[in-house]
Design a protein around this ligand. Structure first.
Ligand code: ZN
Length: 201
């Protein structure tokens, strides 16, 4: 079967207010990123450079940097669907070394046990406290934890920015459907990591 991807625009210049914007790095953990991980996403390692670019930009601008970390314990019902992965305390659960959070600098980690980074976490409370209204969302897996976190953000009226070179999927269809949902349904901004800049620059 062939399907046609509806056209979308990739914004070439995206200005954000650093004081009202957060970068969310979704589930860049060894079990997803490393070839020997429990649920490897082949394209994930290739996004590390783009995510590091986003993180450097966020850091330079003093923006909030948040990580989601898929976190399960023995007997989690998700293991029936996906097999054992991201078990708390295991190497596979850790964020990849090249993107390791710097908690001393203020990076926050939100442990989650479902696809949605808002579900069962205090992400929303944190965003409210910091008066953030825009989220740059990157990481993996595109149509799973990235999309469900973006959806959850959008229904709370956060503006979502999706840098597509910093998102990885199991296959091209899943990536394109993620872009379609964020750009069309959630009216988010589809862009690339190098297009972001601070609005006061
Ligand atoms: Zn999981």
């Amino acid at each position: 079967m062939q399907v046609e991807v509806p056209e979308y625009t990739v914004a070439e210049d995206v200005a954000v207010d650093p004081s009202r914007t957060a970068l969310i790095i979704v589930d860049m953990q060894n079990d997803f990123v490393q070839a020997e991980g429990a649920l490897p996403i082949e394209d994930a390692a290739a996004t590390i450079g783009s995510i590091r670019r986003l993180r450097t930009f966020a850091r330079d601008q003093g923006m909030s940097i948040f990580y989601t970390q898929d976190s399960h314990y023995a007997g989690d019902p998700e293991f029936d669907l996906w097999g054992e992965h991201c078990t708390v305390g295991t190497p596979g659960w850790q964020v990849v070394e090249d993107l390791a959070p710097d908690e001393a600098t203020g990076d926050l980690i939100f442990r989650k046990d479902r696809y949605d980074g808002f579900f069962g976490t205090n992400l929303e409370t944190t965003l409210r406290q910091r008066e953030i209204d825009t989220l740059i969302i990157c990481g993996t897996v595109a149509n799973i934890c990235v999309l469900y976190t973006a959806a959850s953000a959008a229904i709370r009226w956060y503006h979502v920015i999706l840098p597509i070179d910093a998102v990885s999927a199991i296959n091209e269809f899943d990536l394109q459907l993620t872009i379609r949902q964020v750009g069309w349904l959630f009216r988010g901004t589809i862009t690339r990591s190098e297009a972001l800049r601070a609005s006061d620059e």
